[in-house]
Design a protein. Structure first.
Length: 351
């Protein structure tokens, strides 16, 4: 199956210019939060910085990983340099299934957490283009042995569902499994808690999304007619999670909706004047940092805003959304496997 490109045609230069502001504003939002805290509201900085949780993935995995790409230093470095090299990030949506709040949001009846959303985000050298590749949760993979925080390791497994890596071994095993599957070094890890995601959408004032089909899914608590809808945080989370009302419960159909949601969020960020509204900016920054778990290389406001500043020239029109090429698994028609050589060629292009 060929990769699906979610980048649609734009209707006019003026519309494109408006949409291209989305990532630039998003990049500046955390910078604004940092400046807010650096002034009179020192408590705000302390609080936002303390929101961020982290995992030391580099120490856990050691040197048994894909090599980092060789970067060539700039011939004329800037007086105030920001990172401009190519970068790969693993972004997971953690689907917590315990606790009253997550139960109300459709988390299910079982305990623990699962990574039902997984995206590899590749930033090109220069940070002026990006590729977002979703990995279907139902992909069967060879799951490597992973170190556990309590000591010991998980067992290797052949033909295991991709999302079991996070369920069994947490972020460290999720990263190791993705690197094993793709051969691509994950420079950073970002995990977004689904209940925190709902708070973030509410802080932005909701998000407008157009669906091509009716959605009637009791499990995700979402019921929408085909068409354009302005969704609150709970509804947007339901859209990210829904699958049983889509083409026989297809995870690939759910990924298409998630790609639409990513684009819609960029549109909403562009339309929300965060930088001139300190109260709204703080609300968004609090919701965002409160929902994040990162690797130790991104676990402070300073490091996150440095990443944001490096995306200042990245326009929303230059972000491609793809799904890893897959085929039905020979052993189970309800599962998929990577479609080779197309999947391998895609990952090779991101190294």
């Amino acid at each position: 199956m060929a990769a699906r490109d979610g980048q649609g045609e734009q209707d006019g230069q003026g519309e494109r210019s408006g949409r291209s502001k989305g990532l630039k504003v998003a990049a500046l939002a955390l910078t604004g939060a940092l400046l807010l805290g650096a002034g009179a509201a020192g408590w705000a900085y302390w609080h936002l910085n303390g929101n961020i949780k982290s995992v030391d993935i580099n120490s856990a995995l050691g040197d048994d990983r894909p090599a980092r790409p060789v970067t060539v230093p700039s011939a004329s470095p800037s007086a105030s340099p920001v990172p401009t090299g190519a970068l790969n990030l693993l972004v997971l949506g953690s689907d917590s299934r315990s606790g009253e709040e997550n139960q109300e949001l459709g988390g299910g009846d079982s305990g623990g957490a699962r990574s039902d959303t997984a995206m590899v985000v590749h930033l090109d050298a220069g940070r002026t283009a990006a590729t977002v590749v979703s990995i279907p949760r139902d992909t069967l993979v060879d799951r490597p042995s992973c170190p556990l925080p309590s000591g010991g390791t998980t067992r290797e497994a052949s033909g295991a569902m991709f999302n079991t890596a996070y369920e069994l071994g947490g972020p460290v095993c999720a990263v190791k499994t993705v690197e094993s599957l793709t051969g691509v070094r994950m420079d950073h890890y970002i995990e977004i808690d689904f209940s925190g995601f709902a708070d973030l959408v509410d802080a932005l004032g909701g998000v407008t999304v157009t669906t091509d089909v009716d959605i009637d899914d009791d499990k995700s608590h979402l019921h929408l007619d085909a068409g354009t809808h302005h969704l609150d945080g709970t509804q947007a989370l339901g859209l990210a999670r829904t699958r049983y009302g889509l083409q026989g419960g297809s995870d690939l159909a759910r990924i298409e909706l998630q790609h639409k949601l990513v684009k819609a969020l960029l549109e909403q960020i562009s339309a929300t004047d965060l930088l001139t509204d300190p109260a709204r900016l703080y609300q968004v920054a609090d919701a965002l940092t409160g929902s994040l778990t990162t690797d130790t290389g991104l676990d402070s406001l300073g490091e996150l805003t440095g990443l944001g500043r490096s995306l200042g020239d990245l326009a929303a029109d230059d972000v491609r959304t793809l799904t890893m090429p897959v085929l039905p698994a020979p052993s189970d028609p309800n599962r998929v496997v990577a479609d080779q050589p197309d999947a391998g060629d895609l990952w090779k292009s991101l190294r």
